[in-house]
Design a protein around this ligand. Sequence first.
Ligand SMILES: Nc1ncnc2c1ncn2[C@@H]1O[C@H](COP(=O)(O)OP(=O)(O)OP(=O)(O)O)[C@@H](O)[C@H]1O
Ligand SMILES: [Mg+2]
Length: 485
Amino acid sequence: MGSQSGKDSVERTSSSDTTITSRNDRALVPCEIIEDQSKDDAENEVKRTLTRIRTSVGDLDESHLIGRYKEISDIIDLISNKDIRFSQVISVWGMGGLGKTTLVNSVYQSPKLSDGFERRAFVTIMRPFNLADLLRSLIVQLQEEATKEELLKNSASKNGSLTMMGVEALTKQLKRLLEIKHCLIVLDDLSSIAEWDEIMQGFCWIGKTTRIIVTTRKEHIAHHCSGNDKTVRNLDVLKEEDALDLFSQKVFGKDTEFANKNPELVEEVNQILKKCGELPVVKAIDLVKKNPELVEETNKILKKCGGLPLAIVTIGGYLASRPKTRDEWRKLNENINAELEMNPQLGTIRTILEKSYDGLPYHLKSCFLYLSIFPEDHIISRRRLVCRWTAEGYSSERRGKSANEMAETYFTELKNRSLILPSQQSVHSRKSINSCKVHDLIRDIAISKSMEENLVFRLEEGCALSTHGTIRHLAICSNWKGDQS
Ligand SMILES: Nc1ncnc2c1ncn2[C@@H]1O[C@H](COP(=O)(O)OP(=O)(O)OP(=O)(O)O)[C@@H](O)[C@H]1O
Ligand SMILES: [Mg+2]
């Protein structure tokens, strides 16, 4: 993501391979309205409106953020809450590619926060985790915000000397920068409780007005960091209309982005320009109206993406470079599974999603692969799944817990990692979820991995039984027309 000031920096802060990405790009500059008394009102109005457009297009250029307005204002409310008992830490969790970093970055850059915090720092935690590098990055960013006077007082604060400092000295330095001031710190992509605990050892003295936003893929880490359920947020997939909006922008470019986001502004400016005898400045590019032949294929693609922004932008970005014809898009739909594996551009989605699978402990891997026996979009009952895992030997009695209880914990663990999505909340209990679904792209991974492992063999259209050796489960799909060999 670019920065408003063009100041995105990737700094190699030590001799280790770890890099810390800092995002000190600042909130959007408020729209500058140039008044010119010598011109008549209509002309001034055009100028004012054009300036607003430039600013709005500028915003979109920077963030490319679609939807999420409710989530942004919710998080802003949380970090603006002055009540210390509430929690200083706000955690946002959800599966890879859901848009956690993008969302939190928008909050971080929000003009609404510019008065609330005197200093800010945004650090993406890199692997392998290195506390010293993380502290250095925080110091560098927070120093950029310190006044000259403060810097003079801190002779040790020159960046050059930071590289020589150990964790203890860095912590002291950070303390000087943080205490008393109102600070906002974003720790993006935390992957373990151990990392958090290590960071917190140096943070125990942070001022009461400091707020920390954490993003993580895992629910239990989010709860651990916040220490208060009220400040934990599970990010949802994009709503249908936002998914279409994001897809259209990716495929058709900025004009759509602006027009879709500011329909009332488009109308307004075009009317003013018309009065002045000018041609319209921007026109809405409505995918449905302008490209009706693509609508059916678009719907199929978006269904496959299941509201996951990463999937939408990756596939949209790929299609943007291809001819915008129904045949081309149909081809992609037909080959989407193969494309996901073979096309390097699309392969990134898979690589990212596969990381969630690779990170599973062995017992959860098998439980996850078992999900590939269910049909697409199938709502899987929790009770049924747990009983099946138990009956099929995927869970066994351990540490005083029955096999069934263990299977229950597996369900929760997979849900926490967003590999299964809760689909229905029990009416009797607000806590428990009584059914789930598997994201299409995640299911594709389960299918190919379970075939590789000879765990599940799927009899689908055009498949022959004889081509495979020993397998554990056989799934017969409704489109299988019998053995053709
Ligand atoms: N609301 C949104 N509007 C536009 N694009 C988005 C939105 N959310 C996410 N994206 C796009 O999706 C991609 C993935 O988003 P992001 O990196 O924020 O996901 P993440 O949840 O942080 O993933 P990870 O867990 O892998 O860090 C981004 O490159 C961004 O371009
Ligand atoms: Mg992220």
